[in-house]
Design a protein around this ligand. Structure first.
Ligand SMILES: Nc1ncnc2c1ncn2[C@@H]1O[C@H](COP(=O)(O)OP(=O)(O)OP(=O)(O)O)[C@@H](O)[C@H]1O
Length: 278
């Protein structure tokens, strides 16, 4: 059993439920027949329907699909921000439905890192302070939190910018700070929702390279993107439509999809750049 796998059980005090993974790569995220619904009654919206997905340690999975297909909802249930109406979500083997609110919040802080399009950084804090913040909120001593924050900033290639405030950093550098904040404290699952949306294409590719490195270092990474060329950094691509997984492709087929495409976006009508239905 790896040290990382122990994270969740230490956090929650529950016995992990991932004995099924004992001999294979450690599953950091598993969605098992997940339904997710917004609202109730006649206005209820089914955002996810019977979604089953596993992401293991060291794996980079891209999620694509038209607007409204459920991509952000999938990340929200994966990270425990929202509860499924049916099915189960396992994070590092721990079934989220069996946790109290406090346990779930703790697991989110210690195991799951989020990266958003708009960075969500605190402008009045330095890069190091932003990255250290989740650890300090979780009770870490400031000196220890700072040490880990500096390590995380080094890992994403901007250790020398630790003392800068957000308005002294480029968009790409700010996103690296946000990624460092998502991984600080050795969190094992990184959920990124359109993290390059506010960046130019060159900087966006650099951020993809950082996410790829995180996966190569052993994190499970789930990326929501509209950009097929960004999905090309992933090991596997999951396509959603109307809340259902309609296709899963290896990166080889994404590469061939790109090769035959003159554009790099999945269209909002759900067609691929090559014109095929997704
Ligand atoms: N807070 C909410 N209340 C009600 N319905 C919602 C809410 N958030 C999302 N939805 C609905 O759930 C469905 C899935 O939305 P979701 O945001 O997950 O899609 P998405 O694929 O991420 O879309 P986009 O690419 O536009 O960000 C959509 O029909 C959407 O209108």
């Amino acid at each position: 059993m790896s040290a990382r796998r122990d994270d969740a059980s230490l956090v929650t005090g529950l016995t992990t439920a991932s004995e099924r993974n004992a001999s294979g790569p450690r599953q950091v995220l598993e969605l098992d027949c997940v339904d997710m619904v917004y609202g109730t009654g006649p206005t209820a919206v089914a955002a996810l329907r019977q979604v089953t997905l596993g992401v293991h340690s060291g794996e980079f999975v891209a999620v694509m699909g038209p607007s409204g297909s459920g991509k952000s909802s999938l990340l929200a249930v994966a990270g425990g921000l929202d509860q499924p109406a049916a099915g189960e979500v396992f994070v590092s083997g721990t079934p989220m439905s069996r946790l109290s609110l406090a346990q779930r919040a703790r697991l989110r802080r210690r195991v799951v890192g989020y990266v958003f399009q708009d960075f969500n950084l605190v402008p009045t804090l330095t890069a190091a302070e932003n990255v250290a913040l989740p650890l300090e909120l979780d009770g870490a001593r400031p000196a220890a939190a700072r040490t880990q924050a500096l390590e995380a900033l080094e890992k994403v290639g901007i250790g020398e910018l630790a003392g800068r405030f957000m308005d002294q950093l480029s968009g790409g550098q700010q996103q690296r700070v946000a990624i460092a904040r998502a991984i600080v404290g050795s969190r094992s699952l990184v959920l990124a929702d359109e993290p390059t949306g506010a960046l130019d294409s060159v900087t966006g590719e650099e951020v993809m390279g950082v996410l790829r490195d995180l996966a190569d270092d052993g994190a499970g990474v789930v990326l929501v993107t509209h950009e097929a060329r960004h999905a090309g950094w992933a090991d596997r691509v999951v396509f959603l439509r109307d809340g259902r997984i309609v296709d899963e492709s290896s990166v080889d087929s994404v590469d061939s999809l790109l090769a035959s495409a003159g554009t790099a976006q999945i269209h909002d009508d759900g067609t691929s750049p090559s014109g095929g239905a997704r």
